[in-house]
Design a protein around this ligand. Structure first.
Ligand SMILES: [Zn+2]
Length: 198
């Protein structure tokens, strides 16, 4: 245990995803030894992102306005919705340039061990979009891992009853992985080859 502020910083850093106790200690000492102005910039960036960035009221993507730039773009096809887990997956799909519709960001995936069920995700918001907007196809692009599969299965079962065309990204994505790690070509192909679930 270090004294006061150093330990406090290590504890806070250690709560971030993917940062273990050793990394937290290394980052804390890096901060301690860095130029004060640089570290002030980092601290300001954290405060600013929390103050300024919110979630799009339509799709749940990150934005600094009421709605995100994709929902505001009139050139996007409003009849297609691509359902993803996180905002970073929107970026991954956008990179492929295979999709010109809009998104719905769930805010995670079903994970019973972590206590995340359908109610913790933005599924209710998706349903209300389906009743308000004219949607012709829903593409499910959850991660190709256990949680992503469980979420996809749940969504397919639920959406089938509504008579909307539901498709799922084609296989070929690295199983067990994260959508954001798939390269553009693989992800683009998975998009083109999406299969119907309804
Ligand atoms: Zn949006």
């Amino acid at each position: 245990m270090y004294e006061g502020a150093v330990q406090e910083l290590i504890d806070e850093l250690g709560r971030l995803p993917g940062v273990g106790p050793k990394s937290a200690q290394r980052i804390a000492f890096h901060i301690l030894e860095s130029d004060p102005d640089d570290m002030k910039k980092l601290a300001t960036a954290i405060v600013t992102v929390k103050e300024r960035v919110k979630f799009c009221t339509v799709c749940g993507n990150v934005t600094e306005q009421e709605t995100c730039s994709i929902c505001r773009d009139p050139r996007r096809d409003p009849t297609m919705i691509c359902v993803v887990e996180e905002s970073k997956d929107v970026i991954a799909v956008e990179r492929t340039r295979s999709f010109r519709g809009r998104y719905h960001v769930l805010g995670g995936a079903i994970n019973p061990i972590a206590g995340i069920g359908p109610d913790q995700l933005r599924i209710r918001e998706l349903l209300s979009r389906l009743s308000d907007e004219q949607i012709s196809e829903i593409i499910i692009a959850t991660d190709p891992n256990l949680e992503g599969e469980a979420t996809a299965t749940y969504l397919v079962r639920m959406l089938k009853t509504l008579g909307i065309k539901v498709t799922r990204l084609a296989s070929g994505l690295p199983v067990g992985g994260d959508l954001e790690y798939a390269d553009e070509i693989t992800l683009g192909r998975a998009f083109e080859g999406r299969r119907s679930m309804s």
